[in-house]
Design a binder for this molecule. Structure first.
Ligand SMILES: Nc1nc2c(ncn2[C@@H]2O[C@H](COP(=O)(O)O[C@H]3[C@@H](O)[C@H](n4cnc5c(=O)[nH]c(N)nc54)O[C@@H]3COP(=O)(O)O)[C@@H](O)[C@H]2O)c(=O)[nH]1
Length: 648
C-alpha cells in the first residue's frame, strides 16, 4: 500500500477510479459504504467496506487516499476561507478608512454597504443604511436627474453627476459630486454599483460667495451707493444702447439734466446727513415718474439725469416735466421738517440736438445752466440759436465743475522781493487751471465763474491747502520761503466758517500762521466793508497777516481803511505801468506809499517790469515789489531751482 501522499494529478486520477468503482454494479454493502462516503462518514464507509472480502482491499486503499484527499481539500478550503476573511478584513478596513463616502448598492437601489465616511456624511449609523433606498438620500429636486443617469448606466461603466444635492439626517442639505460605477456580481446577470460621493458643499458655497461678491462689486461699480440709482458709468452705457436703438428704429429720445437748486445751502446749514436724505427722496420722486423703458441715474452731487426713450411727440416731455415740477412744488418731509426743493432742468433731443452722446449730454447740461441763469426752478430745451460765446461759456462752466472733481487746479508762485537787495521776501500763490483740451487757463477767466457757480469756497480752501503744504515741503527740503501770500475772494469772506477752516488747514499742514498772508482785492472788499471788517478781524486773530490787493482801484473810504486789520497795501500794477513817464501814475503811487506809511502799513508794488519803475518806487519809500522784472509766476520746482536758497 502506498502510504505516500498522492500527487494532485494522481489524486484526481484515483478519485476518478473510485467513482468508476462505485458506479459498477455492487452489493448492498458497497451501496451503503458509498452513501456513508457521500455523507462524509469516512469511518463508517471504511468499516462497511472492511466487512467485504479481501478483494476489497484495493478499494479501501482508494478510500483512504480519497479521505486524505478530502482532508487536504478541506485544509485548502480552510486556508482559502482564511485568506478570504483576511482579504475581506483588509477590504473592510480599506473601505472604512477611505476619506470619501462610498456605498455599495444593488440594482433595485438598496444600500448594502456604507463606509464610515458615508456614515459621517449622512449622519447615519451603518445599520441605518441597510435596506435603505439610495434615492432617499438625494434631495427631491435632484432625484430625477440621478435616476435617469443611473438608468442609462451600462455594465462595467461609470458616470459622474456633478453637484447633486443630498439630504443628511437632521442636518441641512449638502452638495457632492456623485460617481457611480457598475460592477458585475458573482451571481449571473446581477449588477452592483459602487457610489462615491465627494463633498463639494464648501467649494460650492465658496463659489456662491465669490459670485455674490463679484455681483456686489459689479453693482457698486454701476450704482450710486447713496441712492441706489445707476451711476455715471452705467448711465453712459445705457445712453449708448439707447442711441443705437434710436438710430436703428429711427426714434427720438430726450435727455434731461436735473440739478437741485441751492442744494449746497441745505448741506452747509443742515448738515450732510440731511443733504443725503434729501438726495434719496429726490431719487424716489424721480424714479416714480419714469416708465420701465426710461433710465434715471445720479451723476454725482445733486445732478440727476433721465433718458426718456421713444418720444413720439415733444408733448410727452412737457407732461413729464410738469409732473416732476408738480411733485417738487409740494413740501418734502425729512427728519421731522418740511423742505421746499426746486429743480432746474435742461433738455436735449436726439436727433434734433445732436447725433452722439457727448453732444447730447453737453447740450442738455448747457440747457440746464440756461435754466439756472433764468432764475432756476424750471426747464429749458437746448436752443441752437444760443450765441457761440454763451455756449462757450456754458461749456467752460460745465468743465469747471468737472475740474473740481478731477483736481485740475495747480499753483504757480511769483516771488515778492526786497527792492534794495533783491532778496526773496515771500511768494504769491497764483492759481492755474490745467484744462484737458484748452491747456493752462488763468484765474481771471475761471475765478469769477467759480464765484458765480458757488464753487469758490471749495476751490479757495483747496488752493490754500495746496499752498500751505508746499511751504511745509520747502521747509522739509531745507529751502527758505519766508512768506506765502494767497488770494481770497470776497465771496469767501462772507462765509462764517472761513476763519475756522483756515485754522484747520494751518493746523493740518503745520504751517506757522505768521508765514501766511491773505490778500483781498480792494474794490470788492469796499463793497462789503462792514462784513469784511468782521471777517478780517477773525482771520487776523489766527496770527495770519492781511494785504489789500490792487490798491488804488477801489476808491477805499479812509474811515473803513483805518478799521481794517491790515498789514500791507499792494499798489495795483495799472499805476506801476506808467511810472516815470506818466505824472499821474507817479503822483498816485507816491500818494499810496505815503498813505500806507501814515496808516503804519507796509507797501508792496505789483507788476514791476522795468528797472526805472523799481528805482522810482524805492526812492519813494516802497521797499517791496513783484513783477516780471524779477520773475514771472512759476511752478514750485522751478522756483526751488532758480530762487530758493537753503536756510542759513
Ligand atoms: N481768489 C483767488 N484769486 C486768484 C487766485 N490766483 C489768482 N487770483 C486772482 O487772479 C488775478 C490774476 O492773476 P494772474 O493771472 O495769475 O496774474 C498775476 C500775475 O501773473 C500778474 N503779474 C505779475 N507780475 C506782472 C507783471 O510784471 N506784468 C503783468 N502784466 N502782470 C503781472 O499779476 C497777477 C498777480 O497780481 P496780484 O494778485 O494783484 O498781485 C490775481 O490778481 C488774483 O486776484 C486764487 O488762487 N484765488
Amino acid at each position: 500500500m502506498n502510504s505516500r501522499p498522492p500527487s494532485r494529478s494522481r489524486r484526481l486520477g484515483s478519485a476518478r477510479a473510485f467513482e468508476e468503482a462505485l458506479a459498477a454494479p455492487a452489493s448492498g454493502l458497497r451501496e451503503r459504504a458509498l452513501a456513508a462516503l457521500r455523507a462524509r462518514r469516512f469511518d463508517l464507509a471504511e468499516e462497511l467496506l472492511s466487512r467485504q472480502d479481501p478483494d476489497q482491499e484495493a478499494l479501501i486503499e482508494n478510500l483512504r487516499i480519497y479521505q486524505a484527499e478530502l482532508e487536504i481539500q478541506n485544509e485548502e478550503l480552510v486556508q482559502s476561507q482564511q485568506r478570504i476573511q483576511e482579504a475581506l478584513a483588509r477590504f473592510s478596513s480599506f473601505f472604512n478608512t477611505l476619506p470619501i463616502a462610498e456605498l455599495v448598492i444593488d440594482r433595485q437601489g438598496l444600500i448594502h454597504e456604507a463606509n464610515l465616511a458615508a456614515q459621517q456624511l449622512f449622519h447615519l449609523r451603518g445599520t441605518q443604511f441597510h435596506q435603505h433606498f439610495f434615492v432617499r438620500l438625494i434631495a427631491e429636486s435632484d432625484q430625477a436627474t440621478v435616476v435617469s443617469a443611473w438608468d442609462s448606466l451600462h455594465a462595467d461603466a461609470a458616470i459622474v453627476i456633478p453637484e447633486v444635492r443630498f439630504r443628511a439626517k437632521g442636518e441641512a442639505d449638502f452638495i457632492g459630486d456623485l460617481h457611480i460605477a457598475s460592477i458585475a456580481s458573482l451571481a449571473e446577470g446581477a449588477l452592483h454599483y459602487v457610489c462615491a460621493i465627494i463633498d463639494r458643499t464648501e467649494a460650492v458655497r465658496q463659489r456662491q460667495r465669490l459670485r455674490e461678491a463679484s455681483e456686489r462689486l459689479d453693482y457698486l461699480a454701476h450704482h450710486d451707493a447713496l441712492t441706489g440709482l445707476p451711476n455715471r458709468a452705467y448711465f453712459q452705457s445705457r445712453l449708448e444702447q439707447c442711441l443705437q436703438r434710436a438710430k436703428r428704429y429711427q426714434r427720438r429720445f430726450a435727455l434731461l439734466f436735473l440739478d437741485l437748486d441751492r442744494f449746497k445751502e441745505v448741506n452747509d446749514t443742515l448738515g450732510h446727513h440731511v443733504g443725503d436724505a434729501l438726495l434719496c427722496r429726490v431719487a424716489e420722486i424721480l424714479s416714480a415718474q419714469i416708465r420701465d423703458v426710461d433710465t434715471i441715474a445720479r451723476l454725482g452731487g445733486d445732478e440727476f439725469v433721465i433718458i426718456l426713450e421713444d418720444i413720439s411727440e415733444p408733448r410727452f416731455i412737457m407732461h413729464f416735466v410738469d409732473r416732476v415740477m408738480d411733485d417738487f412744488s409740494r413740501p418734502l418731509r425729512l427728519e421731522g421738517r418740511e423742505f421746499f426743493v426746486t429743480v432746474s432742468v435742461g433738455i436735449s433731443l436726439y436727433p434734433d440736438d445732436g447725433l452722439d452722446l457727448e453732444t447730447l449730454v453737453r447740450r442738455a447740461d448747457i440747457a440746464m445752466y440756461q435754466t439756472k441763469k433764468s432764475g432756476r426752478n424750471g426747464f429749458s430745451f437746448f436752443e441752437p440759436t444760443m450765441s457761440a460765446g454763451a455756449i462757450e461759456r456754458l461749456h467752460l462752466e460745465h468743465d469747471l465743475r468737472l475740474a473740481m472733481q478731477r483736481e485740475e487746479f495747480e499753483l504757480y508762485y511769483q516771488p515778492q522781493v526786497d527792492l534794495i537787495t533783491g532778496e526773496l521776501m515771500g511768494v504769491e500763490a497764483l492759481c492755474r487751471w490745467r484744462h484737458p483740451q484748452l491747456g493752462v487757463l488763468l484765474p481771471g477767466l475761471f475765478i469769477p465763474m467759480a464765484e458765480d457757480l458757488g464753487l469758490i469756497d471749495e476751490l479757495g480752501l483747496r488752493i490754500l491747502e495746496l499752498g500751505c503744504r508746499q511751504m511745509v515741503a520747502w521747509d522739509a527740503s531745507g529751502l527758505n520761503v519766508p512768506r506765502l501770500a494767497v488770494n481770497l475772494s470776497v465771496r469767501e469772506l462772507e462765509r462764517l466758517q472761513l476763519p475756522a477752516q483756515v485754522a484747520e488747514i494751518l493746523e493740518r499742514t503745520g504751517l506757522d500762521p505768521r508765514r501766511l498772508e491773505l490778500e483781498v482785492t480792494e474794490s470788492k472788499l469796499m463793497r462789503h466793508a462792514e462784513m469784511a471788517i468782521l471777517a478780517l478781524n477773525a482771520l487776523r486773530a489766527l496770527g495770519v497777516t492781511l494785504a489789500i490787493d490792487d490798491f488804488g482801484t477801489g476808491y477805499s473810504s479812509l474811515s473803513y481803511l483805518k478799521r481794517l486789520p491790515l498789514n500791507r497795501l499792494k499798489i495795483d500794477r495799472s499805476f506801476i505801468e506808467g511810472l516815470t513817464h506818466d505824472v499821474n501814475d507817479d503822483s498816485i503811487a507816491r500818494a499810496i506809499i505815503a498813505l500806507a506809511h501814515t496808516l503804519g502799513l507796509e507797501v508792496l508794488a505789483e507788476g514791476i517790469e522795468a528797472r526805472e519803475q523799481a528805482n522810482f518806487l524805492f526812492g519813494e519809500g516802497c521797499l517791496q515789489g513783484q513783477g516780471y522784472l524779477y520773475s514771472r509766476p512759476m511752478i514750485a520746482e522751478e522756483l526751488a531751482a532758480t530762487w530758493l536758497k537753503p536756510k542759513a
